[in-house]
Design a protein around this ligand. Sequence first.
Ligand code: NAP
Length: 335
Amino acid sequence: MVSEQMLPATATMGAIVRDCYGDADTLRHERIARPEAAKGEVLIRVRAAGLDRGTWHLMTGKPYLMRVAGTGFRGPKDRVPGRDLAGTVVTVGSGVTRLAVGDDVYGIGRGAFAEYAIAREDKLARRPADLTYQQAAVVPLSAATALQALTDQGRVAAGQSVLVVGASGGVGSYAVQLAKALGAEVTAVASTAKLDLVRSLGADHVIDYSRDDWADGAQRYDLVLDIAGNPGLSRLRRALNPKGTAVLVGGEDGGNLTGGMNRGLRALMLSPLVRQRLAWFIAKERASDLERISGFIEAGTLTPSLDRVYPLEEVPEAMRRLAAGQVRGKVAITV
Ligand SMILES: NC(=O)c1ccc[n+]([C@@H]2O[C@H](COP(=O)([O-])OP(=O)(O)OC[C@H]3O[C@@H](n4cnc5c(N)ncnc54)[C@H](OP(=O)(O)O)[C@@H]3O)[C@@H](O)[C@H]2O)c1
């Protein structure tokens, strides 16, 4: 079903494109053909898009193992980058039942750095009424990762102590708020310049990793979310209670070939041999998590920490800022 009145007569659109893997200099603004929704998909008029580390990895093509997993071996399969988005459904493909033309949605799509993008119906939810498009667009991947790390993987319970390492970034800024909303006592680890941010997110305690060692054993935690910094497994375990859980979420500098994957695999192999539990996971992309996250947003316990908004043409500049570690929380692209 296509609502022609919602689509302009011209079948082209403005988009950020790239022809090869590389840094932000590979990205340029062009007019290209508008995509079409296939079965189970919708076409979205993108109002805003979100940036995250995963999108940066898809731009650079590193770690290389990712290419084998299907992103394109020699060059990127998807010419238009961008995953997180918020906007309005303008056409629906066959088999789509939950969404209709005109619905305001947010979620995970393909080619979000463009005026129109495609998304599967089962990766979208209705945009929470309290959020602007820009705020909604920075939620999906990072908040869903934080939620899965805390609940599915970390099995967090009210009253537990939770340490969030990498609390000032995309995933971390949601993890701090969600852990608080789930009743945990939260300690947030960040750099000096971002301690004020993690405090404002509701952290009960903060640790400046440039001054203090969160793994010196002075304080131990029921759950550690290891989002950044690549601590060794023995170091990670030193921060855990005897029966505590560490969830390995991410961390850069894991090498060009496998990234953080070998550390994750080693954690999975070690876990059955020790009393503490070590978990590693790749976040799932599903509408049910977005709906749960919308519940926290509507209850007022989760607010996107939006640092800056860039116009579509300035995606390369936004990517550079993300790669340089300058972003506090999240950055959005307005389309
Ligand atoms: N497993 C999954 O499915 C999954 C899903 C999403 C993301 N990830 C991964 O998770 C990681 C974080 O993603 P993100 O989107 O949150 O990235 P991000 O927005 O770039 O945030 C990373 C944060 O790490 C902090 N950091 C850097 N070095 C640190 C250190 N030594 N100790 C503590 N904190 C440090 C930085 O804050 P400061 O400036 O305060 O140091 C930065 O804010 C990435 O590696 C990403 O690939 C994994």
